[in-house]
Design a protein around this ligand. Structure first.
Ligand code: SIN
Ligand code: CO
Length: 382
């Protein structure tokens, strides 16, 4: 899937993280990559995250998947929506939907959620904490957008859905297949199906909260710290009031914390691993049989392209001109020499044909074999 009529530089300058944008069919040739039946099938599978939202006159009810196959036959005429997360990890044609958005760094992209709604179905007015591109796949949906929300914005009391108590419509459009709406984080929005067979693809981004960054990094640091690294004050001077925690003590205590947290190199390495950790780490994508380097060389020499696992997250951090750290699925692979250009290529393209010089290089092929045997690369993702 490719864009025909979309300027990413203009988009980043004028809209990204700033204001919504409706783009009428920007694709070279839009085709809906998944059928409603295939989506319903995914919602019945154990390892797939899904939700069914059913509506009564003015309320929404959420059921978590996996759904029993019989559930769809029980649905009555009231509007409903089926939402399936990370469909890109299971359907390669849906994964290709992400490719035109690669002007956004890999680590900022989360997944493609796909929704199917019956006539008048929707999840209700809400806001998300992340940027989202809503692509209309099939049928029509009316999107309404409102103002900026935050954690103080009043919500309806609801267990599972973060629905807005008040929603003031600022703009609205009906989207047809191929049309796309970009919504920045925090902007209220509401999508309602117009007619049956309404499918929407949400290419969702990620942006860590400060709370998540500090909490997760500290969790990672703690096991490496020792009990003998302690506050000490051999220069302690007598205090006039023993109750005072002196400014000098606070300075030293605060420095004990901030010195550790200020280690940028350590942070970078941690963040590469943290941000490349798969969304569903429990899923084992390893091949049944590990590949031998010799066999891998043969397949590469025959010109077979290597494909990135759509569920894998690939990023790198450049440490210097002659060293970078490649991160794949929460693991760090320090790369030097010929591995550097290979790591860059793997991060830039979801499919690579390895050239003859690289196939001769032990460093390059052993890296590919390691990634293959961990389930990050394959010759075929079905
Ligand atoms: C939907 O596809 O129905 C909901 C997507 C969203 O509002 O983020
Ligand atoms: Co939303």
């Amino acid at each position: 899937m490719q864009f025909n009529n979309f300027n990413s530089a203009d988009f980043l300058r004028d809209h990204w993280q700033k204001k919504p944008l409706l783009i009428r069919n920007p694709w070279k040739k839009w085709h809906n990559p998944l059928s409603p039946d295939e989506l319903a099938g995914l919602a019945c599978e154990d390892h797939v995250e899904s939700r069914l939202i059913t509506q009564t006159s003015d309320d929404w009810n959420a059921e978590q998947g996996p759904l029993p196959e019989t559930r769809f036959g029980e649905l009555d005429k009231s509007p409903w929506t089926l939402l399936v997360q990370a469909v890109d990890q299971h359907v390669p044609d849906v994964a290709t939907l992400i490719e035109p958005f690669r002007f956004i760094p890999n680590w900022r992209i989360d997944d493609v959620m796909v929704s199917y709604a019956s006539d008048a179905g929707g999840v209700g007015p809400h806001f998300d904490h992340y940027d989202v591109f809503l692509v209309q796949g099939l049928g029509q949906r009316r999107w309404q957008v409102g103002g900026m929300c935050n954690d103080q914005t009043p919500l309806r009391s609801h267990d599972d859905l973060l629905l807005l108590a008040d929603f003031e419509i600022v703009d609205e459009w009906v989207l047809n297949p191929g049309d796309m709406l970009y919504i920045p984080p925090g902007i209220a929005h509401n999508g309602v199906a117009v007619g049956t067979d309404c499918m929407t693809y949400s290419i969702g981004c990620r942006s860590p909260s400060r709370k998540e960054l500090i909490g997760s990094w500290c969790d990672d640091l703690l096991p490496h710290m020792t009990d003998d690294d302690r506050y000490c004050d051999p220069d302690l001077a007598a205090q006039s009031n023993p109750g005072e925690i002196s400014a000098n003590a606070i300075d030293r205590l605060h420095a004990m914390v901030t010195e550790k947290l200020a280690d940028r190199d350590e942070f970078a390495r941690w963040f590469g691993q943290f941000s490349s950790t798969p969304r569903y780490p429990e899923t084992d994508w390893r091949p049944e049989e590990p590949i031998e380097i010799g066999h891998l060389r043969e397949l590469l020499t025959a010109g077979h392209p290597l494909l990135r696992n759509p569920a894998s997250r690939f990023s790198f951090i450049r440490e210097s001109d002659d060293r970078l750290l490649l991160f794949v699925d929460g693991d760090c692979f320090p790369c030097e020499g010929e591995r550097i250009a290979l790591a860059e290529l793997l991060c830039a393209q979801n499919q690579i044909v390895v050239d003859a010089d690289r196939i001769k290089s032990d460093g390059a092929v052993s890296l590919l074999a390691e990634l293959y045997n961990r389930g990050g690369l394959s010759f075929d993702w079905g």
